[in-house]
Design a protein around this ligand. Structure first.
Ligand SMILES: Cc1cc2nc3c(=O)[nH]c(=O)nc-3n(C[C@H](O)[C@H](O)[C@H](O)COP(=O)(O)OP(=O)(O)OC[C@H]3O[C@@H](n4cnc5c(N)ncnc54)[C@H](O)[C@@H]3O)c2cc1C
Length: 507
């Protein structure tokens, strides 16, 4: 027993300081306050009143619902308080080519037949011209097309069991909600701007930082949620940033709000533009609009004009311009500092993945929560896991750009971007016999890859030979039964607007 740890030695983290009061900072504060409560750790969050939050971030992906549930927050109450709406997926208009449309729904695919998965038998029939569009087999896609929404209910063997959704919300209201939640659980909020960071001479760990009001804060663990400025991980610890613009060319956004829709769509609308794309995100109290573009192919004035033209006279705010560099911090965790949110990296918002990457960072921080020894094996593993998550999201985004038939210099440039090895393998595998594997903890499930690949005309050369074990007539029957069931289920669903009014209208 000579090597066993001495449980009397108190190596525990006693003090955590979070820098930044945007979505990342308050998500971290809320989660740490909730999940570390028995450890009686002092948690302080510093937010600067002089430096604004990024002020965008309106769409999410389904795992956000787990984050909310794990905090014990009542979903209806939250949706009402932050004027959120529900999201069943993303509609892509004009993306593959002008006039084209496809939907990327959340949720699993329908059930397999024996050992053969739904994508495999649907693809076989689709290639033979004997299956309908993929959307028609998805309860999310059909409900979205009709502006309908409901949560899953216990209805065994029906698609109603598996309705999968995320939220659209105003990220500032979400952060404000989590701020109240965290402060009610003991998190101390400190107003101030970090103006100096002191490193320990012996190992370069952060010892303390000084605020513009003269206050000095020391802690064992620092969480950098200071946004694009990356005040701790970038400036103080000098951890470099990997620029991923060679894969993701967009680096600007023009954002404006317009009037709310009478019956808000339960999906994000994405419309391709000459040098990027535009989003429309309906909230209860407004519609969020943004034009994401590549500065190498469009100037800011043209981008602004293009956005405004599409808003008619319903604009309620002046367009705000944002600049960003796609990519990630080389190490998300360095010494005693973990970076979350924009300080850790940013991949453009086409598939609304940033808040999810914050959530993953927090979940892994809890999994690898350190003591004051800060074991390097834990830190290295954390960094590798986060790198994996970022890289898989990058591949998914890149696929959207790499396979289109759109004309124009920007889209031609996109088609010439060399694929990453991991994406090339994914596409090759699909192109051969329609196979898709979900690797490890990657965010996007098989349904997502299938929807986007088919939506963008990436078509397999042949079908999965395993499907020859099925009787074609039975497969046709099965497909028809799924489609009919999806139709019956969605016919009976309420309008999205009515669902919100009934369950979670703002107080
Ligand atoms: C155009 C665009 C669209 C986006 N759309 C989406 C989307 O649809 N879905 C999605 O998931 N994500 C989206 N994002 C990303 C999302 O906005 C961010 O991931 C999220 O808001 C987290 O931001 P943050 O908290 O890291 O940084 P910020 O919101 O920038 O907050 C930084 C905080 O740090 C504080 N701070 C900075 N420096 C100091 C200092 N020296 N001292 C003290 N405090 C300091 C600031 O005051 C602020 O409180 C989008 C981003 C952009 C640019």
């Amino acid at each position: 027993m000579g090597n066993s740890p001495d449980i009397e030695t108190d190596n525990r983290i006693r003090d955590v300081v979070i820098v930044g009061g945007g979505t990342a900072g308050w998500m971290a504060a809320a989660a740490l306050a909730k999940h570390l409560a028995p450890m009686k750790i002092r948690i302080r969050l510093v937010e600067s009143e002089a430096i604004a939050t990024v002020g965008v971030g309106e769409a999410t992906v389904p795992p956000i619902m787990d984050f909310i549930r794990q905090l014990g927050i009542a979903e209806d109450e939250l949706v009402g308080a932050i004027r959120a709406t529900f999201k069943l997926g993303i509609a892509y208009r004009d993306w593959t080519r002008p006039g084209d449309f496809y939907f990327h729904p959340f949720g699993p695919t329908s059930a397999g037949m024996g050992a053969v998965s739904f994508p495999a038998y649907w693809l076989k029939m689709f290639l033979a011209g004997k299956a309908a569009r993929l959307e028609e087999y998805s309860v999310q896609a059909v409900a979205a097309a009709q502006n309908k929404f409901m949560r899953p209910v216990h209805a065994p063997n029906t698609p109603l069991n598996k309705i999968t959704y995320a939220l659209h919300f105003d990220a500032s209201l979400f952060a404000a909600y989590l701020s109240r939640f965290a402060q009610a659980r003991g998190v101390e909020r400190i107003a101030g701007t970090v103006c100096a960071v002191l490193l320990r001479s012996e190992d370069g760990f952060i010892e303390s930082m000084t605020l513009d009001n003269g206050q000095t804060l020391a802690a064992d663990l620092f969480i950098d949620c200071s946004g694009f400025g990356a005040r701790l991980i970038g400036e103080a610890l000098d951890v470099g940033f990997d620029d991923w613009s060679r894969w993701l060319p967009c680096d600007r956004a023009m954002v404006a709000h317009s009037a709310p829709a009478a019956n808000p769509a339960p999906y994000t609308l994405v419309i391709a533009r000459p040098a990027g794309w535009q989003w429309r995100i309906p909230l209860q109290h407004r519609t969020g609009n943004g034009h994401v573009y590549c500065s190498g192919f469009m100037d800011d004035d043209s981008a602004r004009d293009l956005l405004l033209e599409s808003l008619d006279d319903t604009r309620v705010t002046e367009p705000m311009a944002l600049r960003f560099t796609p990519g990630r911090r080389r190490k998300a965790w360095a010494k005693n500092c973990v970076a979350l949110g924009l300080a850790c990296g940013f991949l453009e918002p086409l598939e609304a993945t940033s808040i999810h990457l914050i959530q993953r960072g927090i979940a892994m921080l809890l999994k690898f929560f350190p003591d004051r020894q800060f074991e390097s094996a834990d830190i290295e593993r954390y960094n590798r896991m986060l790198e994996f998550e970022f890289a898989r999201v990058r591949d998914f985004l890149l696929m959207h750009y790499a396979h289109t038939e759109r004309k124009g210099a920007f889209w031609e440039h996109c088609r010439a971007i060399p694929l990453t090895d991991t994406l090339r393998e994914k596409i090759d595998l699909f192109r051969s016999r329609g196979r898709i594997l979900r690797e490890d903890t990657e965010l996007f499930p098989i349904q997502s890859w299938l929807s986007v690949m088919i939506g963008q005309n990436i078509v397999p050369r042949g079908y999965d030979p395993m499907t020859d074990s099925l009787d074609i007539a039975k497969v046709a029957e099965k497909l028809e039964a799924i489609r009919a069931q999806v139709k019956i289920c969605t016919d009976g669903m309420p309008d999205h607007r009515d669902f919100i009014r009934q369950h979670c209208a703002a107080a």
